[in-house]
Ligand binder design. Structure first.
Ligand SMILES: Nc1ncnc2c1ncn2[C@@H]1O[C@H](COP(=O)(O)OP(=O)(O)OP(=O)(O)O)[C@@H](O)[C@H]1O
Ligand SMILES: O=P(O)(O)OC[C@H]1O[C@H](OP(=O)(O)O)[C@H](O)[C@@H]1O
Length: 197
């Protein structure tokens, strides 16, 4: 079994333009940390029908607004004509000292910084030609929807001392290992490590 030594509980938001590889890197890390109780990967609530890729809870916009009015979200936002939420359970996991990892939005970072005192932002990047090719090959969106996502990719800057950039233009395992290192070595870049026993 894997045990953690000195892991510091915190919120980790992985952000970056559509097609940069957030879900791919989340899958990579989730698989490798699945036996570790100190890490939890958030299942998002989204007003998108079930689709290949991210495993999310699909709800109608009406249901989403009902959840908002019942304070069912720790953080929520809109983008691409969809509504996204992280469940309120996140707050309890953080209070328990867990490292909570979620797919976020670059645009919601100002609210996230106020919401989560211990926040680590992981910004995934890739050149625009790669984003374009990946979105076309993925096939979840087509035509205008892809064009809108690519246009949005260039409009939002992610800067700050709480931001770690990961270039995902090479093989997924390269960026995946870098992401794992960030998760397991703590927000301040040192001190914590995982041990196999
Ligand atoms: N390093 C990589 N090399 C080649 N293909 C990749 C790499 N990373 C991701 N991909 C592929 O690119 C596509 C987009 O990746 P992914 O869905 O992980 O991106 P995303 O950032 O989560 O996008 P979105 O915000 O639109 O959900 C997927 O088909 C994925 O398999
Ligand atoms: O452009 P920004 O604000 O960074 O991100 C907007 C939203 O798009 C992506 O979701 P998905 O591709 O619909 O699953 C992100 O995860 C985020 O929720």
């Amino acid at each position: 079994m894997i045990v953690g030594v000195g892991i510091t509980g915190r919120m980790v938001l992985i952000v970056g333009p559509s097609g940069s590889g957030k879900d791919t890197l989340l899958d990579y890390a989730r698989e490798r940390l699945r036996l570790h109780p100190g890490f939890r990967f958030v299942r998002r609530i989204i007003t998108r029908p079930a689709s290949p890729g991210e495993d999310h809870e699909s709800v109608s916009e009406h249901e989403f607004q009902r959840l908002v009015s019942h304070n069912a979200f720790s953080l929520n936002w809109t983008a691409h004509g969809l509504s996204y939420g992280l469940p309120a359970a996140v707050d309890q996991w953080l209070a328990d000292g867990t490292v909570v990892i979620a797919n976020g939005s670059r645009e919601v970072l100002p609210q996230a910084r106020l919401r989560f005192p211990r926040l680590q932002i992981v910004n995934i990047t890739a050149p625009s030609e790669l984003l374009q090719r990946r979105l076309a090959e993925r096939g979840r969106e087509t035509g205008k929807s892809i064009r809108d996502r690519l246009a949005r990719s260039e409009t939002i800057e992610v800067v700050g001392s709480d931001v770690h950039n990961i270039d995902n233009s090479g093989p997924p395992a390269v960026a995946g290992e870098e992401f794992l290192r960030l998760l397991t070595f703590g927000a301040d870049g040192g001190g914590a490590h995982l041990e196999n026993s």
